[in-house]
Design a protein around this ligand. Structure first.
Ligand code: S3P
Length: 171
């Protein structure tokens, strides 16, 4: 099967939904942040602190390239994957890209002030970041799922339906 790549802001449910979808379609689950942490032997907050965001973005772009180099994978990205133009191209060629969309308020309740997320320190900058990225998520996506008030289970159902519409012949 073609890769499924989940994109969306911090707190959009990429990890939770990703693991369920991987099971559903018997895909190998990969998380870009985990890949980076294993590769660099540093945690995400440590990377931001010691090496800076730009270096983190280099690692992120490298991870995306590596992970999209095979099929049958479910790839959960980090919220900033759409920051770099080169990643948009890699996403497009790497699989079916699904954007898990939610409002900044909802996202903040899930991911705000998380010590493991260096870019979620205050609501104002969180919102600003969201506003800067939102059009890029839409542009990068093959499928947009408005997770609004959907439960995790309903979100998975909505994705399955959307995938069947996009790839009717794929198993
Ligand atoms: C980031 C999101 C994080 C992680 C890093 C930067 C971002 O991933 O990659 O803290 O720039 O939005 P999650 O979206 O899984 O929180």
């Amino acid at each position: 099967m073609n890769n499924i790549i989940l994109i969306g802001f911090m707190g959009s449910g990429k990890t939770t939904i990703g693991k369920l979808l991987a099971k559903e379609y018997s895909l190998e689950y990969y998380d870009i942040d985990e890949f980076i942490e294993e590769n660099t032997k540093m945690s995400i907050p440590e990377i931001f602190k010691k090496a800076g965001e730009s270096w983190f973005r280099d690692q992120e772009a490298f991870a995306l390239t590596c992970l999209t180099d095979a099929t049958n994978r479910l790839i959960a990205t980090g919220g900033g994957i759409v920051e770099r133009d080169e990643n948009l191209e890699t996403l497009k060629n790497g699989g079916t890209v699904i954007y898990l969309k939610a409002s900044p308020d909802k996202l903040w309740t899930r991911a705000g002030k998380d010590p493991n997320r260096p870019l979620s320190t205050d609501l104002a900058s969180f919102r600003k970041l969201f506003d800067r990225r939102k059009a890029r998520y839409e542009a990068a996506a093959d499928i947009v799922i408005d997770t609004g008030n959907l439960s995790v289970e309903r979100t998975v159902e909505a994705i399955k339906k959307a995938l069947a519409d996009v790839n009717p012949t794929e198993e």
